[in-house]
Design a protein around this ligand. Structure first.
Ligand code: ZN
Length: 92
């Protein structure tokens, strides 16, 4: 059993509640599936975890972009397309 100690008291890591601050809005956010995340090969304990509202915002935005990108690209000039690509890649 892996545990942490505060003073002399020991706490089983599995029994603890884990939280972080959402990097987008700053809201304190519970991370209930922390051990599943840690088991994911792409996740690092220092990675950001977004709150439910911000996660929904990103899901909605990704869906909107994927549903409308083809039509939008056909209507835009090359300069506008390049500016949008640069804006997207700057946030990655
Ligand atoms: Zn948030």
């Amino acid at each position: 059993m892996v545990y942490t100690k505060i003073g002399r008291k020991k706490y089983n890591l599995v029994d603890l509640n884990y939280f972080c601050y959402c990097p987008r809005c700053g809201k304190e956010t519970a991370v209930p599936e922390i051990f599943e995340l840690v088991g994911d090969s792409d996740f690092c304990i220092t990675d950001d975890v977004y709150c439910e509202e911000c996660s929904e915002y990103f899901r909605t935005t990704r869906n909107f972009v994927s549903e409308n990108i083809d039509e939008a690209l056909h209507k835009m000039d090359d300069k506008t397309v390049n500016e949008i690509v640069q804006a997207i890649t700057a946030t990655m």
